[in-house]
Design a protein around this ligand. Sequence first.
Ligand code: PLP
Length: 411
Amino acid sequence: MNAILEPQPRRRRIYLDANATTPVLPEVLAAMQPFWMERFGNPSSAHAGGQTTRAAVEHARASVASLLGCSAREVVFTSGGTEGDNAALIGVLQPYLDRREPAHLITTAIEHHAVLYAAEAFERRGGQVTYLQPNGDGVVSPNDLERSIKPETKLLSVMFANNETGAIQPLDELARLAKARGILVHTDAVQTAAKLPIDLAGELRNVDLLTISGHKMYAPQGTGALFVRKGVELAPLLYGGPQERQRRAGTENVPGIVGLGCAAEAARQWFAGDGPAALRKLRDRLETELLGSIQGSTVNAAGIPRMDNTCNLNIEGIDAERLLIALDLQGVSASFGAACQSGATETSHVLLAMGLTATEARGCLRLSLSRLTTADEIDAALEIIPAAVARLRSLGANAKAAPKDGLALQS
Ligand code: PLP
């Protein structure tokens, strides 16, 4: 067996990187299990095996729709956040390029690369793009949006909450402004779904397209969904079969979709209990105690509405890449204000857009808690992180980071 597939020795790790990915919940795994070997029919097949998996896919669709406050017919299953974002942007904008009509997209400088690089591709093909700049807390302003609207603006794409800082955008206000001018609205809710309630029939009724990703909400990697409001026309990203009401060709990933549906149901139960408050309490304790024990540390986006699970700590005089390696060796998984691109680390475009210097951005550590994070793990992290910072400081801040592959990907 390939060494990577062999069972790894179990070592207790403190996982504080839930914005990168989350583990699959036990109930999600159990729900998926029959769909690998027993119920494996193609949902497009007319026989009983196909009908069984079709019913499972439709059940999952209804569960995702309940989580988002929309109709099941408005849920299109995808392979994840990147596909959902690309399908929304390219699906809305490509037809204008094809017809050689002027088209303008408004997005923000702090989007995930799934949106930013799709916007850049649109620009290279002749489209116009405005990137709204955030303030120092990482929030874009409705006034800036108003000023950027042109007669040919066709789409606004603004993320709901940022993956690095957790900063929540004033989405309902931005969407209302855009809708009043006849502009379609897309939001990347990859970091928000199953962490904050989403109501596409209420507060977010002006949002036309919304992306979610399974692996940020305790479902498997490579699963996701795009909400497409009734009446919104999208050019397809993929050509092939008529699946997903002609909106996404390709045989459905049935086990993954079942897992996503189950994760959506688990999220609704988590909201109904004291899940969000308990998570916030843990994050707040981690944050307050780290601020107290690490001199020269501050929290990015501290003063604004922020995701309950995220703490982006700016630590003076520290190279967060070195800190991350030190923490990794001690069993703590976290992330830092840079992304590995083609083997080289690139400073976070989000933190730079918020006005941090490159040195400050490289001193930022992202800690993101999951629903499974325990108080004991926070206690342990509160011992390990300040000690690691103190040790690095005693060694001198400018020592070079040890090379280590695949440290942190933009997530
Ligand atoms: N959008 C945001 C805000 C993300 O954080 C991520 C993943 O990190 C993505 C999009 C891409 O999602 P996926 O990994 O499912 O392709």
